[in-house]
Design a protein around this ligand. Structure first.
Ligand code: G4P
Length: 529
């Protein structure tokens, strides 16, 4: 197959949700449709399976949280689907943000009873900033939940999205009878145990057919007809162009656990979801169908084998064909590298691949050469943009607890930062090291990993910082900046790239500082134009 047709048939996306909304369950059902796994209704063993196959780190298994982002690929109706799994736990949100730089679209899961939850709100905000096309799946319709129209309102308001339902539920919870599918213009009736057989749903073609009354009862049938009319009146018509631009977001209803509404979602997804998209670099926009291979590292998994300090760097292929044993330029290091055993991921297996296409993810064994955001090319000097660091929410001094192991500690910290586990800042005034994380849990992860992987011990010391603000000196008034640096010297640090950062100890201080030094350009993410 040609490069072009391989690109056409690829869909790379992520699933995001608040924990417990059903991400794991939906992922499993999608794999089931793709024939990538065989056990229908294997959700019960899912957590165990997840532990064995998609979490590589010992610590993840210990904590039972899917800390890491994994890749699951499968084929469905001739389409190669790559799902980039994202940790739902809020402490690992930064992992999810980074994964969002490697997807072309996203499915958002919302629990019908809980509605829009905090984590969903945050993650959708990041998607909105990038205009990522979103499909919303409202899950757990087999349970009592919020009224469908109320929920659609809530999504519009809290997620600030323009939406249009492409399916609509018939009843809910105990009375859940099925789904009207606007996309396929048919009805699927819920048989209650569709878990046993994924094709076991009844289809009828016409909403006005008397057959519907006899199947779901006259009252339910009439309510559905009214609701369908209302949906058609209230919500915009679905336009694929609008969806692809990130301006209109289709909504589906279903029950992942009961495998209901999942096929509808998947069938629509493969038709409308974007194929691999061009990506902006520091020099130009790179198109997937260009002859030369380019790609970037969006994730590093460490501790694949606790006995060795080996890591797997996940590379998203942006353009051209990636070939095994071919020398590629590691742009940041200006070094040619060959990869003898690049891994591709097929559902639960990983296997060495000879070639991969745009949209695909390959995992490369790394001995410490890669950092998050690194670019590989066939020789062109370009760096992919769009893996910024967000301001951490928790800050602590990190101190050496074992003077004999200071080298190990320094190396450990360095490598963990390259992986993007947390951010390191060095205080300008005294050179002390400060670790900043999105979640409190990462401090434990770092401590555990420093000890088990590097043989180093650390202790933390509290530090009161509300936000890290990146300063852009070139765009700030020189005199003001000099004064600011003098007055705030105790609160200034450098990040890993040597960029100047101001630690504001409270929202109030931040506001006062912004007022006092209006010309100083401050950013809350590390990458700015
Ligand atoms: P997550 O990855 O987003 O955190 O969610 P996960 O799929 O693990 O689902 C969280 C819980 O919600 C699980 O129950 C799962 O079975 C349940 N669930 C998922 N989809 C549906 C659905 O459509 N209907 C209903 N009623 N429940 C659903 P659990 O009790 O936490 O785990 P388990 O013991 O069932 O595995």
């Amino acid at each position: 197959m040609s490069l072009l047709s391989e690109i056409e048939r690829r869909r790379t996306f992520g699933i995001i949700s608040h924990p417990d909304a059903g991400k794991t369950t939906l992922t499993e059902k999608l794999l089931l449709f793709g024939g990538a796994i065989q056990e229908a209704g294997a959700v019960k063993s899912n957590k165990i399976k997840k532990g064995v196959t998609s979490d590589f780190m010992e610590i993840e298994r210990q904590r039972g949280i899917s800390v890491a982002t994994s890749v699951l690929a499968f084929e469905y109706k001739g389409i190669k689907i790559n799902i980039l799994d994202t940790p739902g736990h809020k402490d690992f949100a930064e992992d999810t943000y980074r994964t969002l730089t490697a997807v072309d679209s996203v499915i958002v899961i919302i629990d019908v009873a809980k509605g829009v939850e905090e984590q969903t709100q945050k993650l959708v905000e990041v998607c909105r900033m990038r205009n990522i096309p979103l499909i919303i799946f409202i899950n757990k319709l087999d349970r009592e939940g919020k009224d469908a129209f109320d929920l659609l309102d809530e999504i519009e308001q809290k997620l600030k999205l323009i939406i249009t339902p492409l399916s609509f539920p018939i009843g809910m919870g105990f009375d859940f009878k099925g789904i009207y599918n606007f996309w396929e213009k048919n009805i699927n009736l819920f048989s209650g145990d569709s878990r046993k057989n994924i094709e076991e749903t009844i289809e009828i073609e016409d909403i006005n057919a008397p057959e519907l009354d006899s199947l779901i009862g006259e009252t339910a049938a009439n309510i559905l007809r009214e609701e369908v009319e209302l949906v058609t009146e209230i919500y915009p018509n679905f336009e694929q162009e609008e969806y692809l631009n990130g301006h209109l977001h289709p909504v589906f209803f279903g029950s992942a656990l009961n495998n209901f509404g999942v096929r509808e979602l998947l069938d629509c997804f493969i038709e409308i979801a974007p194929k691999p998209q061009p990506k902006e670099s520091d020099t130009r926009l790179v198109f997937p169908d260009e002859d030369s291979f380019t790609g970037f590292v969006f994730k590093i998994h460490a501790n694949m084998d606790p006995k060795h300090r080996d890591r797997l760097a996940f590379i998203k292929i942006v353009s051209g064909i990636f070939k095994r044993n071919t020398p590629y330029l590691h742009v940041r290091n200006n070094k040619k590298m060959k990869f003898s055993s690049p891994n591709a991921f097929f559902a639960e297996r990983k296997q060495i691949v000879e070639i991969s296409y745009p949209g695909d993810i390959v995992g490369i064994h790394d001995t410490g050469n890669f950092k998050i955001g690194d670019t590989l090319t066939e020789g062109e000097i370009l760096l992919y943009k769009g893996i910024p660091s967000f301001s951490p929410e928790h800050f602590k001094y990190i101190n050496n607890a074992d003077p004999m192991k200071s080298k190990q500690l320094a190396k450990g910290i360095d490598q963990l930062m390259d992986e993007g586990v947390a951010q390191l800042f060095i205080l300008e005034i005294n050179g002390r090291k400060v670790i900043g994380t999105v979640g409190a849990l990462q401090f434990e992860v770092i401590q555990y990993r420093l000890e088990h992987e590097y043989g180093a011990k650390c202790i933390y010391e509290n530090l009161n910082v509300h936000k890290a603000c990146w300063i852009e000196p070139e765009k700030s008034n020189k005199d003001e900046l000099t004064e600011f640096k003098l007055v705030k010297s105790r609160f200034l640090a450098k990040d890993k790239l040597g960029q100047l950062v101001f630690f504001a100890d409270s929202a109030f201080t931040l506001q006062m500082t912004l007022q006092k030094y209006p010309s100083i350009k401050m950013h809350f993410i590390s990458e700015f134009e």
